[in-house]
Design a protein around this ligand. Structure first.
Ligand code: IVH
Length: 737
């Protein structure tokens, strides 16, 4: 790489205009390779280095060409965004929402054309529309849509967007080939005048990163990428816009001509016949290829299709891709491809007759926050959960949604009774993106008060080490923790008490038959048969009945059978944080009895290979807790557990089935794992993988575009794991993929 500036300096010469141009053109070539061709030719750091050289040359000289990338960020603040009258209005689009309306649209087009219609089909980008004017190839003005007739001048800010060329240049033949631009559509010359329309938007990754950083700085976050794009473009300081990850896709040519073309082609407006153009292709698709050949970015999903089937297929394909795209789209735009036919059909007052937006179900909806409940997990962490007026969003009905923790509630500034925006885009887990402040007027609102004591047992809450989460100190006294502790204790990989599921555990606690795991062993057949249980069948009306003799007898036998389990299972069954099946085995093989383990201090624990400081701390804390000691004493002395030696270390892997008997359901597309592979790996951990979600499902693993199964899981309150969670589970169990 020749280092221009050091060369010039070494020769002690002033940089010449040729040197300057060389650098400008090189930088523009690199930017085009990156933004337009999607094929970067130098690392970012190299671009940055050359950019700084350019800045230095400009500081030393009077060279300040309009197409230099340094022109992107102007100095000073913009006082207002001056109004700009669009020579040719920025139209809106009619909407359709279902297949019936799609057929009707296609029928209208068919009738107008007299034969099957060819369409240019495009994703409907969810950002904001702009018109960008190039005169003799130089970007001279950019304006927002405004009311369609008059917009705002946002030139200084639009210039900061790197994917928008400051100066048009023709792609080379190879570049055109790499982008699949046919020669017939490629521009031969730079037009003297071009008004290109398109969408400015913020890609999802940039949006996420921006919000994460804003959140860390304690600044306001954006509700969605569209608001982020709009907010970023309307900045008085273009430097701020420059710092935001905005991009652009062109989707329409308002006007385009050479100075020597007839006046009728230059007038613009709805009556001008742009189908007579001597320089532009005569199809919508061709025109997009044409602008692409001038170095403007065009969306890669755009294609040409024929007839109703073609439209349907594009809508379905694009919908299927939607979750995995790196930008938000809210539908497809279906345009008659022939410019001649477009001109014959013309416009209504607001929109073209030859195009329509076929919308997707929303990824974002507004709904009311009805309440915030606080749930207590097995390890006592208190999580706020928003109860929402059910809304259909991202293809799923959402009626509750986690609020994570107290700081999230504060960040959102949310109040019960607020109208909130629920978003389920790209990611699977729905979230509350923000409060609609305009809807607050006249609404009855109450503050969300984070409880000071455990909502289940009244014990004090204590702040977790990270300061964000609260944990109930009630331990096994807390009914919620009691229930979950029992559910954990009876698991296959723990004490393996068959027949004691979630429903029975809840009934036993609710009806005060038991409070903790030691109480399980005090149950008798006579007592247990009188437990009231809800009928399991969904079809029957929910009936309450006694558990009955037969089931009670079986359950007691199973509880009895659990007295003789290996020590490692018992250690795992206690539900100590960070102590999974593997750690439990390590502990059991290092301490012969539970008493020995209980007596160990942190130092001793940490000296054991594979026991880290965090686990050591949790283990010690667990055995310090008075209720835990009492429960273990009772288990040993009253229930007379006869814990056998640790399962053979050699059996560990063969026996490492922590999900034995648990049913998983896989739904949606998994990005890194094939469904079959995921199934196989889960099965190797003892899990069953089923095709449908029911109350018995242990967890649903939802990939991209998960549909009705995820819906059902949310409805039934079943744990939903993301693909990442699944990968973590596999990792924790030493399974490599
Ligand atoms: S064509 C005459 N194509 O949708 C041409 N619009 O209601 C009219 N939009 O705010 C627009 N993607 O910004 C067109 N591929 C696309 C589009 C698109 C998004 C937006 C546009 C406008 C709205 C139209």
């Amino acid at each position: 790489m020749n280092d221009l500036l050091s060369l010039i300096e070494a020769q002690n010469e002033e940089p010449t205009y040729e040197n300057y141009r060389e650098l400008v053109e090189k930088l523009n070539r690199y930017a085009k390779a990156y933004y337009v061709l999607d094929n970067p030719i130098v690392p970012d750091a190299e671009y940055d280095r050359l950019y700084r050289q350019l800045e230095e040359i400009e500081a030393k000289t009077d060279f300040k060409d309009a197409d230099a990338p340094t022109r992107r960020v102007g100095d000073g603040l913009l006082n207002t965004f001056a109004p700009v009258a669009h020579k040719f209005p920025l139209m809106s689009l009619g909407d359709i929402f279902n297949d019936e309306e799609l057929s009707a649209f296609n029928k209208r087009m068919f009738e107008s054309s007299g034969s099957e219609v060819e369409y240019c089909v495009e994703p409907k980008l969810d950002g904001l529309a702009v018109s960008i004017i190039y005169e003799k190839g130089i970007l001279v003005r950019a304006a927002t849509r405004g009311d369609g007739t008059t917009g705002e001048d946002v030139t200084a800010n639009v210039k900061t967007i790197h994917s928008i060329p400051l100066k048009l240049s023709l792609l080379t033949k190879e570049q055109r080939e790499s982008l699949g631009i046919q020669d017939e559509f490629a521009a031969q010359k730079i037009p003297d005048y071009l008004d290109v329309r398109g969408e400015i938007f913020m890609p999802r990754d940039g949006f996420k990163k921006w919000n994460e950083e804003a959140s860390k700085r304690g600044q306001k976050t954006f509700v969605n990428p569209r608001n982020a794009a709009a907010g970023s473009l309307r900045q008085q300081d273009p430097k701020i816009t420059a710092s935001r990850p905005l991009t652009f896709n062109a989707y329409y040519i308002g006007q385009c001509y050479m100075d020597d073309e007839p006046e009728s082609l230059k007038e613009g407006g709805l009556d001008s016949r742009s189908s007579d153009s001597t320089i532009m292709p005569h199809t919508q698709y061709g025109r997009l290829q044409y602008v692409k050949s001038l170095g403007l970015p065009v969306n890669p999903l755009i294609r040409v299709v024929r007839g109703l089937e073609g439209l349907r297929e594009f809508y379905n394909d694009t919908g299927a891709q939607r979750p995995s795209l790196n930008y938000d789209i809210d539908g497809t735009v279906l345009k008659v491809n022939s410019i001649e036919m477009q001109e014959e059909m013309g416009f209504t007052a607001k929109a073209p007759r030859w195009a329509i937006a076929y919308k997707f179900p929303p990824e974002e909806e507004m709904t009311k926050l009805l309440a915030v409940n606080f749930q207590v997990g097995r390890t006592g962490v208190v999580t706020p959960v928003a109860r929402l007026d059910p809304v259909y969003v991202g293809g799923v009905t959402i009626s509750n949604c986690t609020l994570h923790n107290e700081s999230e509630i504060k960040r959102l500034g949310i109040k019960v009774g607020d109208m909130v925006i629920v978003r389920r885009a790209g990611d699977v887990i729905p979230q509350i993106a923000g409060v609609v402040l305009e809807k607050r007027e006249g609404a009855t609102l109450t503050d969300v008060v984070f409880p000071s004591v455990c909502p289940e047992c009244g014990s004090a809450l204590e702040r977790e080490g990270d300061g964000v989460a609260y944990r109930c100190t009630g331990g096994l006294f807390c009914p919620s923790q009691q229930r979950q502790a029992i559910e954990h204790y009876v698991e296959r990989a723990a004490m393996d008490i068959d027949g004691l599921g979630e429903r029975l555990a809840e009934a036993l606690i609710d009806q005060q038959f038991i409070h903790n795991i030691a109480d399980l062993y005090t149950l008798t057949e006579d007592k247990l048969e009188k437990l009231l249980v809800e009928s399991a069948s969904k079809d029957e009306e929910s009936k309450t009945r006694f558990l009955g003799k037969t089931v009670a007898k079986k359950l007691i036998a199973n509880i009895d059978g659990s007295r003789k389990r290996p020590l490692n299972r018992f250690i795992y069954a206690l539900g100590i944080r960070e102590v999974g099946t593997t750690t439990a085995k390590i502990l059991a093989s290092n301490f012969r009895t539970i008493q020995d383990l209980m007596a160990a201090d942190e130092k001793k624990l940490q000296s054991i290979p594979n026991i880290g400081s965090v686990a050591a701390r949790y283990i010690v804390d667990f055995f310090k807790e008075e209720h835990n000691i009492t429960v273990i004493d009772r288990l040993i002395n009253e229930a007379k557990l006869e814990l056998s030696e640790c399962e053979q270390v050699s059996d560990m892997n063969a026996d490492n089935k922590p999900y034995l008997g648990k049913t998983f359901v896989l739904t949606g597309t998994l990005a890194t794992l094939k469904r079959d592979k995921a199934k196989e790996l889960l099965e190797s951990l003892g899990a069953k993988v089923s095709g449908s979600v029911s109350k018995k499902t242990f967890a649903v693993v939802a990939g991209e575009e998960a549909g009705s199964k995820l819906d059902k899981a949310n409805e039934l309150g079943i744990t939903v794991y993301s693909e990442e969670d699944l990968l973590n589970i596999l990792k924790e169990n030493n399974i490599t993929i």
